[in-house]
Structures are given as structure tokens and as C-alpha cells.
Design a protein around this ligand. Sequence first.
Ligand code: NAD
Length: 484
Amino acid sequence: MAIEADLLHNWIGGTWQPASSENVQAVENPATGETIAYVPISEKYDVDRAVRAASEAYSEWRSVPVPKRARFMFRYQQLLVENWEELARLITRENGKSYAEAYGEVQRGIECVEFASGAPTHMMGSVLPDIASGLESAMYRYPLGVVAGITPFNFPMMVPCWMFPLALVCGNTFVLKPSERTPLLACRLAELLQQAGVPDGVFNIVHGGADAVNALLENAGVKAVSFVGSQPVAEYVYRTAAAHGKRVQALGGAKNHSIVLPDADMELAIKEITNAAFGSAGERCMACSVVIAVGDSADALVERLTSTAKRLSVGNGADPSTFLGPVIRDSHKQRTVDYIAEGKLEGAELLLDGRDHPAARSEGHFLGPTIFDHVKPGQKIGNEELFAPVLSVVRANDLNEAIGIANRSEFANGACLYTNSAKAIREFRETIDAGMIGINVGVPAPMAFFPFSGYKKSFYGDLHANGKDGIEFYTRKKMIVARY
Ligand code: NAD
């Protein structure tokens, strides 16, 4: 079992190994504030052990034929499907998001495993039989070695699944450093991977925080690092891993804009924006955190968004009637409360104040939905990533002005447009500076076979997570020129 007297261990070489440090941190159920486990804050010694185990496993794993590696993923997919409800309940318990959201997250993880199961196609090289008379040239694809994944609290299943299934089928071995705030789900992912028959040492977990991350970034045995988390840490990981000669992809924070034109289907726009702004308590890198209301329908839009948000059920995500669960920790709630106070001081119009919601007075880390209107350029609530159920509304006269506002953001993960005008859609698609865009869709997160494609401060690196980019990231190519 992963949990012994509630203290988690590291997963190294196929067994649970106590961490060397006595330093532990409580893992909370954010809906109740109760401690559900303790996570060890591992040190360099633990990381080095995990990397050693992964290095030892690599010499055999890299030689396992690709179709056989894919077959492990077929078995893994089956096990994840069989354990779907349990995994979803665990996500709700450690992260707080509603069971429906958690169930959807498990699906997103499974889709990554399904994409990875196509490994024989993904791993194919290419050949040109006659680059010159009697000369052939070909490209072969090989794994890198030990690769590491460092993941955030908000998608304990989906984000690790962006990384290790693809890395493994490409022939790499893996060390995962999950978020210390949501480490439980990763433990089940490891156990099920072993049940699927993946050899010991191919997948390892080291729990902890910055020290474990630094040890991974500095370890010469780690050839590549995939990171997903907040912007400052993404930038730091990118610079540090690159300075240590590693391949790196680092996905950072976001501030996503949704532009609503007067001709939009308002019913649809309100439904999608409400889900995108307040679903998962706003703790999504693809959350809608700014609405740009264009033209003379803005007042009606804001009024309807506010009345819809007022009716959302706030509570424990395990309760099937809950739409909006808690934020991750009390410190995150306090940070959000401070932002709301500052937004008011900055002069934005506070239409709905989540601090006043009855749930905000209970044991869990709850905040009701919050809406600010008439947010102006330069105001913090409209520019910085709050990662909370707070929506800023900015007014614009036309599409051009709205795109300009969105494009001035330092982030560029997602952006959405609500309209029925093909001309406006084309204009938006061609000029918006964001990596993932939605047309009449609130959360345009790409599926596993496409890259997860942020720009600017939302992404550091070249090759994005998932899809063909993922295959490129986790493989290196060898070229041959041959005369027979
Ligand atoms: P975080 O940056 O606090 O933590 C992410 C990981 O980095 C964790 O494993 C953590 O232990 C580690 N870490 C934290 N501080 C560190 C430090 N100083 N040095 C080294 N490692 C450190 O992020 P979070 O709060 O867990 O996750 C939320 C953030 O992740 C949001 O900003 C969100 O936008 C972002 N996110 C981005 C994407 C994307 O695709 N761009 C997806 C999901 C989440």
C-alpha cells in the first residue's frame, strides 16, 4: 500500500521506500481542512536513489520491442477504466474539485494512455532509398534515457498522464515529482502501472517540493525535464534544467480572455463562461478569468453572468449537487481574499463578492464566485493569475480593441470568442496571440493527440506537451547514410 500510518513513501524500483528526511507536510482534504495523509519532503539522497533505479531499469526497458511497450499501455488503459470511480473520488478528496470534474479529469488521463498505445506508429522513422545513386538515408528514433516530470496540484491525474505514458512507450524511464499538495493520486497511478506489468524501476515517484525539484534539475542522469506549474517556477525550471544541459518543456501560468460579441448566442456564452470561470474553483490553466464584453450587449451579459453565478452550488465536491468546490489551501483562499480587496481599492466594480458566500465561513477553503465589472488596464485582478473563482469583466467597443486587450497580457495560454460571424472568427484566429483558442467553446483544451500549446509566459521551451510534440520531446533521432 502507498500509505502506511498516513505517511506516504517514495516509489522507487517498484516498492514503497521511506524518504530519508523526517520533514513531512500534511496533505489536506480542502473541503474539510482535515489531514488525509502526510507527504515526505524528500531530499537529494532520495532523488538520486530514484534516478539510479530508473537508470538501471533503462538498459532493459529501452530494448523492449515497441509493440510490447504499447501493450503495457493497453493493459494500463483497462486498469484505469476499471478503477475510474476510485481515481475520481481520490482526486476530489485531495484536490477538492467536484466529482463530475474529477471524473472528466480521469477521462483526460486515460486518453493520454490511449494515444501512447499507438507507439509503433509514433516511433517510426523515415527513409529515402536514393539520396544519390546507390545511397540511402534513413532516420531512426530512440529514447533519451531517464526523464523527469514535475507536476502541479490542479490536475493530479491528467498532467502526469501528459508525460509518463508517452515517455515510457518511447523507451525512457521516468521519475515523477508530483505536487506535494496532491500526491495521493500519483501513488495509485504507480501501483496500477505495476499491475499492468511494467517492470520495476521504469516508473518512480519522489515526493517533496523545491529541494527534490532542484535535485532532479541538477542530476546528470536526468536527460529531460517536463514541468507544469506556475509561471515563476516554470521559468526557473526552464533556465536551470537548460543550464544543466537538459532538454526541457515548462508549461506556466495563464490569464485567459473570452471575448463576447453582441451577435453571440448569449445563452451558450453564459453557460460556457460560467463553467470556464468557476468550474474547478477557477484552478485551471485554461480557466476563463477575463471576459471582454463588446458593444451594447455588455450590460445584459454582465447581468446574466452575475445572476447565473449567484445560483451556483458551492460545497464539498463529493456531494453530487456541488458545482464549485473549495480552493486548494487556506493560504490560497487568503491570497484570493486579498486580491478581491485590492480589486475594490483599485476601483473595479465588485458585483458579486465570494467572500460573503455562506460556505466561505465553513471549515473548508471555500469562496463563492466573484465578479468584477469595469476592470481597467493595469489593475492587478485583470492582469495577474489569481487561479481562483474570480472573473473580471472588461468593456471594449469592438473586436479589434478586445483582441488588443487580450494580446497585451503577458500570458498566452487560451483565448475564446463568442460570435456567429465567420468574418470575426477569422479575424480572431489570425490575430489573437494565444496558443489554444476556442470559438463558442469555454475551455478549448486540446485532446491528447494534439499539443498543449501555450505561448509567452505560459510556456518555456520548444516542443509542447502531448501529441506529436510529445513524441519528439521524448525521443532523439539518429540519421544514417548507407551504401550497400
Ligand atoms: P507550483 O508552481 O506551485 O508547483 C508546481 C510544481 O513545482 C510542484 O511539483 C511543486 O512542488 C514545484 N515547486 C513549487 N515551488 C518550487 C520552487 N520554488 N522550486 C522548484 N520547484 C517548485 O504550481 P501549482 O500551484 O501546483 O499549480 C498551479 C499553477 O500551474 C498555475 O499557475 C497554473 O496555471 C499552472 N498550470 C499550467 C498548466 C499549463 O498547461 N500551462 C497546466 C496546469 C497548471
